[in-house]
Design a protein around this ligand. Sequence first.
Ligand code: SF4
Ligand code: SF4
Ligand code: SF4
Length: 266
Amino acid sequence: MSISRREFLKIAGASAIFGLGGMAIINEITDDIEASQFSPGPDALIAKRWAMVVDMRKFKTEEDYRKIIEACHSIHNVPDFGNPKDEIKWIWTDTFEHAFPGQEHEYMEEKLKRMPFVLLCNHCDNPPCVRVCPTKATFKRKDGIVMMDQHRCIGCRFCMAACPFGARSFNWRDPRGKDDKGRPFIKEENKEYPTRTKGVVEKCTLCFERLAKGLKPACVEASNGALIFGDLKEPNSEVRKVLSTNYTIRRKAELGTMPSVFYIIG
Ligand code: SF4
Ligand code: SF4
Ligand code: SF4
């Protein structure tokens, strides 16, 4: 079954009128869309619970950061509006203080305070963004990936308010457009990945489209071992080995969203 955004909105509107029965219809549609669009092929990488470890010890130069961000943003047609206010970010950097508020203190190692931390959607086990989305444009897959379907997004931005990690960006401008000098916001379009429209939210989807083809996430591939990806429920997986042999922290663990991105900080 395939439905357009307009058709979905029509159904969602009717469902709001008809109450809980309507929600059942939306759930059915969501399951159907998930089954038809995101079901893995024969070569797909599959897991019970995907997770990532960011090994900050391996980020030494600006180039180490640049290449993973570029790998993600170029293949996913992430627009660059040239303005931090409108910035669309799937993977980005910020200071320890902003990434792990409350965990910094005045006696911390200076190097750590200055270090840019690699941030992305945490694909939380208990994601508030999913709970608040009225159209199920954002939903959690069985393997833990918190998905974003732009065709169903009505741009209400409830999910942005609900995410305590700033992991979602809103397209205030048309990402398919051009700046004042005629330069496209998407520098070089990857025809194999969809572009988005003005008025929708977007974020990291853990490269579900690459996993379906048997490939690891683009940032992991470009990271030279600094990003480790695997199945949290598989005792012999690399992530489990790394987690059992290193001290790791998660962002804002006290909020109970249970992030699936872990950090080795030193
Ligand atoms: S980091 Fe934010 S956007 Fe990502 S799953 Fe968690 S709450 Fe949702
Ligand atoms: S803006 Fe966020 S909450 Fe609103 S429909 Fe889009 S994904 Fe859902
Ligand atoms: S997992 Fe994929 S979508 Fe997410 S930040 Fe890495 S490259 Fe981007």
